[in-house]
Write a new protein. Structure first.
Length: 258
């Protein structure tokens, strides 16, 4: 099964879920959608479901593993590791608001589980004075900070129609190109698949937003991009850490400025 067919399936799944959410407004998310209008940070006036991230997550987590060549032990472990933050974010998007502290702890828990399951962490920053100390606890702490920072950075830029989705899709395409240069074939395909799922969501989000990413979407996108970056650095020593920082530069700078 080739990449084009897999991406087509993912695109159709995301389009279908978004369409169902947008045009069948009286679903179980109806109450939460109306609650969101009265939140302090909300600027929209029409009830808008925040389940675009659910569509993206469903396509990447449920559909992709059943496509030939992409279901394996490590992918299954990665899926399990996202459950802590995914559960909290789904509650936030469907039921009622949760505290930022709870979402942060859930994200940190997911990072720790991923490090334990996959036995991988950020081992270098390409800074001569720091890299010798990047093993063990220090490396784990930097990994948690980097992934959690990426997650929250993408969450913070999700304030304008299409902004977070377009930035994320651009970053994923950049990672795919970088993976091609480094000869990391698996990452080429999976990065483009996630980018395609976001492109399908953007059909309903830009320029007029009929559906939002929600926390499920921004957290999943940030988490995936954080770990994809670490995976490239772990697999390809010739890739500079600073190339990944540049790719993720806007959300990380937004986080620091905020």
């Amino acid at each position: 099964m080739n990449f084009e067919f897999r991406d087509l399936v993912v695109f159709i799944v995301v389009i279908s879920i978004c369409f169902a959410v947008v045009y069948f407004r009286r679903g179980p998310w109806h109450v939460r959608t109306h609650q969101d209008i009265h939140q302090v940070h909300s600027t929209h006036v029409n009830p808008t479901p925040r389940l675009g991230g659910v569509a993206i997550l469903s396509a990447c987590v449920v559909v992709v593993p059943f496509i030939d060549g992409y279901f394996g032990d490590r992918y299954a472990k990665f899926i399990v590791s996202i459950l802590p933050f995914a559960a909290v974010c789904l509650w936030e998007d469907i039921i009622r608001p949760t505290s930022p502290t709870m979402r942060l702890f859930a994200t940190v828990a997911s990072v720790i589980v991923t490090m334990a399951f996959l036995e991988v962490q950020l081992m270098r920053l390409d800074i001569a004075l720091i890299d010798p100390w990047m093993g063990g606890i220090i490396g784990s702490a930097v990994t948690i900070t980097f992934v959690a920072g990426t997650v929250n950075g993408f969450n913070m830029i999700d304030g304008l129609n299409g902004l977070c989705g377009i930035i994320a899709a651009s970053a994923l395409v950049s990672i795919s190109i970088l993976s091609g240069i480094a000869g990391y074939d698996f990452m080429i395909g999976i990065s483009m698949t996630v980018a395609v799922s976001i492109a399908a969501f953007l059909v309903f989000n830009f320029p007029n937003a009929r559906i939002f990413l929600g926390d499920t979407g921004t957290y999943f996108i940030g988490y995936v991009l954080g770990w994809f970056s670490i995976s490239i650095l772990h697999r390809s020593p010739e890739v500079s850490t600073w190339a990944l920082f540049l790719i993720l530069g806007y959300p990380l700078c937004e986080l620091l400025l905020t």
